[in-house]
Design a protein around this ligand. Structure first.
Ligand code: SF4
Length: 218
């Protein structure tokens, strides 16, 4: 198996395209005053920095102004899909009757797109070739769900789908980690021993060779 560095091949429809979106995350999602956000904002309330053209008024100064959280948020392309596909270009400003439903759909569709993104990545990896067909079937099913109309989307038990996809992702992760360079210590194993105190464990990370390590559950 190749040890070539892996180049991510994220699909454009699974990456945020804010120019095609009605600024949905800036309205739908709540945030609290913290190191990530400068003040509190409730779900469904437009961020005061969101302009009427759906652009951010402080986009180039987000970190300096205390909005580090916005710079790391990723909707995995759910925002533009809701705006342009699910709601066919009908902005919540012009259609206030749909606004709440549209905002409620964002976290749901984001989760489905997140799963699609992970599966897409695993289907591009040669190490997981024996799982590609299983991933392909699940990908098709989740993609179909992501195109449901809003009411049906909101009725989905997404935790259930997450759990199904997760089982495959865990197997895929083991396969990928099994092919890290052989100099890695304890490749494929969790680096956390039950007998190592938490503080000591984290202090040891600085010197540790973490290639192939699993941090699940830490
Ligand atoms: S929901 Fe996604 S596409 Fe829309 S503004 Fe936020 S990050 Fe951009």
């Amino acid at each position: 198996m190749s040890n070539q560095p892996y180049a991510s091949t994220a699909s454009p429809h699974l990456s945020a395209d804010c120019e095609q979106c009605f600024g949905l995350c800036c309205v739908a999602l709540p945030y609290g005053k913290s190191s990530d956000f400068a003040f509190d904002k409730a779900s469904g309330t437009p961020c005061p920095n969101l302009r009427t053209d759906n652009r951010c008024g402080i986009h180039t100064q987000l970190r300096q102004k205390g909005f580090k959280g916005c710079t790391v948020y990723d909707c995995f392309g759910a925002g533009q899909k809701l705006s342009q596909v699910t709601y066919a270009g009908k902005d919540w400003r012009d259609h206030p009757e749909s606004a709440k439903e549209m905002f409620d759909c964002l976290p749901a569709l984001r989760q489905l797109h997140e799963l699609l993104s992970y599966m897409k990545e695993m289907m591009m990896r040669p190490e997981t070739s024996s799982l590609h067909s299983a991933f392909g079937e699940l990908y098709e099913e989740i993609e179909r769900l992501s195109n449901l109309e809003p009411a049906a989307l909101l009725r989905l038990d997404i935790a259930d789908y997450r759990s199904t996809v997760n089982q495959l992702l865990v197997q895929a992760s083991e396969m990928v980690r099994a092919h890290v360079p052989s100099t890695s210590q304890g490749q494929g194993k969790s680096k956390k021993s039950k007998n190592v105190p938490e503080v000591t464990f984290w202090c040891q990370l600085k010197r540790a060779d973490l290639r192939g390590a699993s941090f699940r559950g830490l």
